[in-house]
Design a protein around this ligand. Sequence first.
Ligand SMILES: *[C@@H]1O[C@H](CO)[C@@H](O)[C@H](O)[C@H]1NC(C)=O
Ligand SMILES: *[C@@H]1O[C@H](CO)[C@@H](O)[C@H](O)[C@H]1NC(C)=O
Ligand SMILES: *[C@@H]1O[C@H](CO)[C@@H](O)[C@H](O)[C@H]1NC(C)=O
Ligand SMILES: *[C@@H]1O[C@H](CO)[C@@H](O)[C@H](O)[C@H]1NC(C)=O
Ligand SMILES: *[C@@H]1O[C@H](CO)[C@@H](O)[C@H](O)[C@H]1NC(C)=O
Ligand SMILES: *[C@@H]1O[C@H](CO)[C@@H](O)[C@H](O)[C@H]1NC(C)=O
Ligand SMILES: *[C@@H]1O[C@H](CO)[C@@H](O)[C@H](O)[C@H]1NC(C)=O
Ligand SMILES: *[C@@H]1O[C@H](CO)[C@@H](O)[C@H](O)[C@H]1NC(C)=O
Ligand SMILES: CC(=O)N[C@H]1CO[C@H](CO)[C@@H](O)[C@@H]1O
Length: 572
Amino acid sequence: MRLLHSLCLLPLAAAFGLYEQSVFSPKSLSGSSVSDVQFPSLLDADLEDLAAGLEKGLFTSVDLVNAYTQRILEVNATLKAVTQINPDALSIASDLDAARKNGTITGPLHGIPILLKDNIATADKMDNTAGSYALVGAKVPEDSTVAAKLRKAGAIILGKTNLSQWANYRSMNSSSGWSATAGQTEGAYYPQQDPSGSSSGSGVASSLGLALASLGTETDGSIISPSDANNLVGIKPSVGLTSRHLVIPISEHQDSVGPMARSVKDAAYLLSAIVGQDPNDNYTSAIPFPADQTPDYVGACNYFALRGARIGVPRNLIDLDLSDDSQPYAPLLPAFEAALDVLRSAGAAVIDNITLPGYDTISKNNFESIVLNSDFPQNLAAYFSELTVNPNNISSLKDLDEYTHSDPREDVENHDTGVWDRAFEVTATTSPAEAWGNYTANQYYAGELGLFGAIKNYSLDAMVLPTLFASSFPAVLGAPVITVPMGQYPEDAKKLRNRYGNQWLVAPGIPFGMSFMGERFSEEKLVGLAYAFEQRTMVRQKVRPYLRPRTEVGDVLGRRWREEAGMGKGGL
Ligand SMILES: *[C@@H]1O[C@H](CO)[C@@H](O)[C@H](O)[C@H]1NC(C)=O
Ligand SMILES: *[C@@H]1O[C@H](CO)[C@@H](O)[C@H](O)[C@H]1NC(C)=O
Ligand SMILES: *[C@@H]1O[C@H](CO)[C@@H](O)[C@H](O)[C@H]1NC(C)=O
Ligand SMILES: *[C@@H]1O[C@H](CO)[C@@H](O)[C@H](O)[C@H]1NC(C)=O
Ligand SMILES: *[C@@H]1O[C@H](CO)[C@@H](O)[C@H](O)[C@H]1NC(C)=O
Ligand SMILES: *[C@@H]1O[C@H](CO)[C@@H](O)[C@H](O)[C@H]1NC(C)=O
Ligand SMILES: *[C@@H]1O[C@H](CO)[C@@H](O)[C@H](O)[C@H]1NC(C)=O
Ligand SMILES: *[C@@H]1O[C@H](CO)[C@@H](O)[C@H](O)[C@H]1NC(C)=O
Ligand SMILES: CC(=O)N[C@H]1CO[C@H](CO)[C@@H](O)[C@@H]1O
C-alpha cells in the first residue's frame, strides 16, 4: 500500500542534456601500467557495462562489492536506505570471481550485487524484519524463492533495504520509508524528499547506484511509487508471475515481487531471473506459459516496439484537477502530454480520453480495503508459522499488536497501529463469502468495466497514465504495471509536504514517471513499449540527485593495486 506520495515533472524538451559520466582511468591511479579504460559512474553503469568490465578483467566482483559498500556507507547517515550489508557478500563475490576465472558463468547476473527489500527473506546471516523489532533475530528455513532464483542467476545479495514498516501496513499516522529498526529513509533529489513507499530504500538505493538494482514488493503502488519518486524503472509483475514464498505478506490476492532498476533492460534482466512456477506459492500455477517457454523479457527490449501499438489513456482515473496551476501536481500534465506525443511520434496510435465506467463505483466503495484486511491477518500468520526461529513467539496479528505496543522502540505514540485496528474490525465483521464478494466486485468494476474491458473494446496493447494515478486498478486485478521516468518538478514547483508533515512530496527536482498497464501476464509486451519510450526520452540522465556517493570502482581498484603491490592501505 502507499500513502499519497510525490510526483514531479520537467518538460521533456528540457530533458536532453549532457550525459554526466564520472570516468576513471586506471593509468592515472598510482601510475599502474594498465591500459586506459573509461568506465561510467556507478550512478549510471548498467548490467551490460558491469558484465563487460568483469569479463574483460577491468575489475572483479569483490571490487564491486567493496565499491557499493562504500557508497552505501557514504550516504546512509542521511538517507537510511540500506539497513544491513550481507556479511558474506565478499566471500560470495570471491567465489564467483574464481568461477569466472575458470570459465564458469552461472547466469546473466553472475557476480552482480543486488539489494532486497527487508521483507524478502534470505536464509543467511541477515534478518528479515519488515522494519520491526518483533522479527529481529527471526530465521527462515530457506531462502525466499525470489532470493534463491537471484542466487541461481549468479547475483550477489548485497544487503537489505529499508521500507515503510510492514510494507506500510501498520499505521494511519506515519511517513513513507519509516521503520522502527532503521528510521526514516529519504529521497536523494531534494533535502528531506519523501522517498515514497513502501519499497523506499530499494528506490533510493537503486537510484543512487548503491547496487546494480534491487527488488521491491507491491500490494498497491509500493514498487511503482518509489520508482516514480526516485527516477527509476519499476516493474510490478502480474500477481503469480513471481513467487511470494517467504516474503512477508499483506495480501495473497495483490502482493507481487518485482525489480526496481535504472533502465528498462536491467529491470527485464532481473525479472527474467525471478519469474516462474513455485509449488510453495500456488498463485504461480496461473502462469500461462510452460516453464521452458518463459518470455524473453530482455529480448523484448525493442526500439521499434511502439510502431503500430494501440495505447489508451483513461483520463477519468486522473482524480486531481491538474489543469489548475495552484495544484502542486499540475506539472504532471504538460509532461504527460509531451510523453503522449513521444508515443505518437514513435508510431503508436494514442486512443485518448477513454472513460473507465467502473471508476465511480470503485472510488465510492472500499472493496480493496476489505480484501486486504481479510487477507492480512491470515497471510501474516502463515508467514510467522514458517519461521524456524521466532524470538518473540509471535504467531498472529494479535501477538504482533501486543508486542508492538509493549516495545517502546516501536514508538506507537508517533506511529499508531490504526491499520491493524481496522483489520481486526473488518475480520470480525466480514465473512469469507463477503470478502469474496468484495474481491469479485473489484474484478468487475476495475476489470470488465475498467482496464480489461477497455483493452478489449478498443483493441489496446496497453494503457498509460502518470504513475501517481496508475497503481490501483492493476493492484486489485493482479495486473502488471511498468513505470519509466518521465520528468521532474520544475524550479518554481509549489512545494507539498506529506500528510505526516516531515518530508516533501513535491519540490523542485523531484522526479516522476509514466506507467504502462496491461492484461495479466502481458509483461513481455509492456517491457517493449516501456523500452521504446525510455530510449526516445532518456529522462533519467537529465534528472540528477542533489546527493550522490563519490566512490567509484576505480577508487577501490587503486586501493587494491597498492595493497597488492605491498604499498599498504590509504586512499588517493
Ligand atoms: C570452476 O569453478 C567452479 C565454481 O567455483 C567449480 O565448481 C569448478 O570445479 C571449477 N572448475 C575448475 C576446472 O576449476
Ligand atoms: C543505516 O542507518 C540506519 C539508521 O541509523 C541503520 O539502522 C542501518 O543499520 C544503517 N545501515 C548500514 C548499512 O549501516
Ligand atoms: C492454494 O493453496 C492453499 C493452501 O495452501 C489453498 O487453500 C488454496 O485453495 C490454493 N489455491 C489454489 C488457487 O490452488
Ligand atoms: C474527456 O472526456 C470527458 C467526458 O466525455 C470530458 O468531460 C473531458 O473534457 C474530456 N477531456 C479531455 C482532456 O479530452
Ligand atoms: C518463547 O517461548 C519459549 C518456549 O515456550 C520460551 O522459552 C521463551 O521464553 C518465549 N520467549 C518470549 C520472548 O516470550
Ligand atoms: C501522529 O504523530 C505525531 C508525531 O509526528 C504525534 O504528535 C501525534 O500525536 C500522532 N497522532 C496520532 C493520532 O497518533
Ligand atoms: C463487502 O464486505 C462487506 C462486509 O465487510 C459486506 O457487507 C458487503 O456486502 C461486501 N460487498 C460485496 C460487494 O460483496
Ligand atoms: C466495453 O463495451 C461494452 C459494450 O459496449 C460496454 O458495456 C462497456 O462499458 C465497455 N467497457 C469499457 C471499459 O469501456
Ligand atoms: C543501527 C541499527 O539500528 N541497525 C538495525 C537496522 O535494521 C536491522 C534490521 O533490518 C537491524 O538488525 C539493525 O540492528
